[in-house]
Design a protein around this ligand. Structure first.
Ligand code: BGC
Length: 738
């Protein structure tokens, strides 16, 4: 149902008559006076009705806003209606437009620098850990937790959805992203966004695009060919946007092929809004806007405006619209897009619930950590150890206090008892850097599970002391951590603070030394051959200690799989030195992504390199076998196969489907995956059809995905390094829209 303009003007004239107001304030009349409140209309129709009511100043008011932290404001006082969080865009009460209150992010609702005293939130495992679950349902459930908590706290825009591909294992924000593969990352991030928005909160997806390293992130120019970009990072965004329908896309700090990502006509107007038909709005990263012209290039909203040189989308944009440099229609489109996303997420139609069930949310964090932890090595089935060990020495990693988490804007505070350590140092991020340990102690969790086992703890500061003690225990478990955070990359793959020497010393003294890694990235393991077992627990979130203890003792059967390749050395990556590392903060430089679309395991396959652990790797306490593979062709490749648990305990497997060859030759790509739980002896049949874009190459001349006609070889395998069971199918030649 729509309402004509004259009818609406008549109603407004009547409503302006004071004595009639009481009479007219029935809900049905309110609905006709504000026709955009009619839920039967589409989000676009509602946005159009509302948008045309806006004055120029109101339009301008919707397209920019500050970072909402008190110390940015005079007298430390936030604007009325704002809450202390990452960002704020004032509402328009006259028209019932709610303020946009924006908070970070994917791992939980943040409370930057504790600006809202006593306000805690569920801290989920890192997004890289989420990717290791290979489980879209877990991504959705985690998103729903984040969305509900945000809404209850009064936040209606969540700055989540990091989907940049892990192109460099030293990127300080890889823990905020979902790994190196477009299908895996796009699927899980899309589901997480869908979960957030299911709670009537707008979610972003970020950082669009190619924010592939933190070093020089404001000045780095990412250089890559269009075909390669479409087949890699952009494909991850495209899949996630299709699945999650995020209300907003956050453009990145860096430049892409010479133009800032937030003022990049190709990325924003041509690809996102043109080819993909994206209907939501583009918000800038905080301090990523350089001119009003960015509006013409496709940016819809300037965020964290105090961090920019000017509030470009305030008075300068108004003047530009008045003098015609920026068309008025563009400004209308900007506000239309913002309002549309607010309608689509239900911001106008729903009330925030009063509370959430923190215990249930802790359970979601635990379930995610359970499936995220990867058993990398388990010689002689030393794990699980519940039945065998009488005495255990736990070493290092502050395992007595909790589990480490990543730093920067995504840092969640789960409770009052965090162990917080300042790493100190110099540089722009030094004053903000804090290493936070969620109070979920693996030591305490192990003691609770193994009351009859003698368990001691050593901080691990002195390797000689650990070596001396280690001999007297059945088992030694060394907890090794690597902290990473926003704004800087880790300089090397090596574990910091002498932890490699610590592991070597422990392993030399006691061959039953197990290593538990809590890292934000792949790390090197020079001691790998000297220890029988290694688990990668990532940043496992607020239930991480319990999840690690359950894996070690066998209460949980590990089912995580690597969402990134663990290289044997940094020489296996195209950029041995991190570009821009020694340049001044304002000096622009190029990061040439010469690997193109061959990110991670694809490049390993192409060059025949053997990593330390391949993408997709992950052991279990049981065994799985694959069989009965049937492959059929046509417009894409479809596969049916059975997975059987051939071992003695229940477990979950993540069978992976890889493309091994196209008619054009070798091409390693993940084209499907599944997560399945099986009792001992049980089999399940799985059928999957590949998204044809994963078989295709992007043809820039025809602006389309081109699937070559001919024979495709595919395989079901345990990881990207295994041949698996292969089959072939004939796929017909076709062109698909971009
Ligand atoms: C980060 C974004 C974040 C924003 C607001 C920026 O520094 O890059 O990911 O959403 O801050 O906190």
């Amino acid at each position: 149902m729509t309402f004509g303009t004259s009818f609406r003007s008549a109603l407004k004239a009547v409503a302006a008559t004071a004595p009639l107001l009481a009479l007219l304030s029935t809900p049905s009349f309110a609905q006709t006076a504000q026709p955009w409140l009619n839920k039967a209309l589409s989000a676009d129709e509602r946005a159009s009705l509302l948008e045309q009511e806006l004055t120029l100043d109101e339009r301008i008011g919707l397209v920019h806003g500050p970072m909402a932290l008190p110390f940015f404001f005079k007298d430390g006082k936030l604007p009325d209606g704002a809450m202390a969080a990452a960002g704020y865009i004032p509402g328009i009460p006259r028209l019932g437009i709610p303020a946009q209150r924006e908070s970070d992010a994917s791992l939980g609702v943040t409370n930057p620098m504790g600006v809202r005293p006593g306000d805690f939130a569920t801290a989920l495992p890192s997004s890289l850990a989420l990717a290791a679950t290979f489980n879209p349902q877990i991504a959705y459930d985690g998103g729903a937790v984040v969305g509900l908590e945000a809404r209850v706290k009064g936040i209606n825009v969540q700055l989540a959805g990091g989907v940049n591909l892990a192109r460099d294992p030293r990127n300080g924000r890889n823990f905020e992203y979902a790994g190196e593969d477009p299908l895996l990352a796009g699927t899980l991030v899309g589901e997480s966004i869908r979960g957030i928005q299911s709670q009537n909160v707008v979610s972003t997806i970020k950082h669009y695009a190619l924010n592939g390293q933190e070093t020089g992130r404001n000045v780095a120019n990412s250089v890559i060919g269009e075909q390669a970009l479409r087949e890699s990072d952009l494909l991850a965004f495209q899949i996630a946007i299709e699945k999650g329908q995020p209300g907003s896309v956050m453009c990145a700090y860096n430049l892409v092929n010479g133009a800032y990502a937030c003022g990049n006509d190709f990325l924003l107007n041509k690809v996102l809004k043109g080819d993909w038909g994206y209907k939501g709005y583009v918000m800038s990263d905080w301090g990523a806007v350089k001119s009003t012209d960015f509006a013409v290039k496709g940016l819809d909203q300037q965020s964290g405006e105090q961090l920019d040189k000017e509030i470009w989308f305030g008075a300068p944009l108004k003047a530009a619209v008045e003098n015609g440099t920026v068309p008025a229609a563009r400004l209308s489109d900007m506000t239309h897009r913002i309002l549309r996303s607010m309608f689509a997420a239900g911001l106008f139609d729903t009330q925030a619930p009063a509370s959430y069930d923190a215990a249930r949310h802790a359970g979601v964090a635990k379930a995610e950590a359970d499936e995220a932890i990867v058993l990398l090595k388990n010689d002689g089935q030393i794990l699980p150890f519940a039945r065998t060990a009488k005495s255990i020495l736990i070493v290092g990693g502050h395992a007595d206090a909790g589990v480490i988490s990543g730093g920067g804007s995504s840092q969640v505070t789960a409770g009052p008892d965090q162990l917080v350590i300042s790493p100190g140092g110099e540089g722009p991020m030094a004053m903000f850097n804090r290493v936070n340990y969620h109070p979920s102690s693996p030591l305490k969790a192990l003691r609770a599970r193994l009351p009859d086992t003698r368990i001691a703890f050593d901080t691990g500061q002195y390797p000689e002391e650990v070596a001396r003690k280690a001999k007297a225990y059945d088992l030694v478990i060394v907890f090794a951590t690597q902290w990473a955070g926003e704004g800087e990359d880790v300089p090397s793959l090596a574990l910091p603070n002498g932890q490699n020497a610590l592991i070597e010393a422990a392993a030399a003294a006691n061959p039953k030394t197990i290593v538990v890694l809590e890292t934000g990235n792949a790390v090197s393991m020079p001691w790998l051959n000297k220890v029988p077992a290694v688990i990668e627990a990532w940043y496992p979130g607020q239930q991480g200690g319990e999840a690690i203890a359950d894996i070690l003792t066998g209460a949980t059967n590990p089912s995580g799989h690597l969402p990134v390749t663990f290289p044997a050395s940094i020489d296996q990556y195209p950029r041995v030195d991190i570009p821009g590392l020694d340049l001044g903060p304002t000096e622009q430089f190029d990061v040439v992504y010469e690997e193109g679309a061959d990110v991670g395991y694809r490049r390993f396959a192409k060059l025949g390199m053997k990593p330390l652990f391949p993408f997709g790797h992950g052991l279990s306490y049981t065994q799985f076998s694959y069989g009965n593979l049937q492959v059929s062709g046509g417009s894409t490749v479809s596969m049916t196969f059975t997975v059987t648990n051939t071992g003695k305990v229940k477990g979950k497997d993540a069978p992976q489907l890889y493309l091994n060859a196209t008619p054009g030759g070798q091409a390693k790509r993940l084209i499907g995956f599944s997560k399945v739980e099986l009792a001992p002896g049980e089999s399940k049949t799985i059928s999957l059809a590949a998204d044809p874009r994963l078989l295709a190459n992007f043809d820039t001349a025809s602006n389309s995905w081109v699937v070559a006609g001919g024979t495709y070889t595919v395989a079901v395998a345990e990881d990207a390094g295994q041949a698996g069971i292969a089959g072939t199918a004939t796929v017909k030649a076709q062109k698909l829209k971009p």
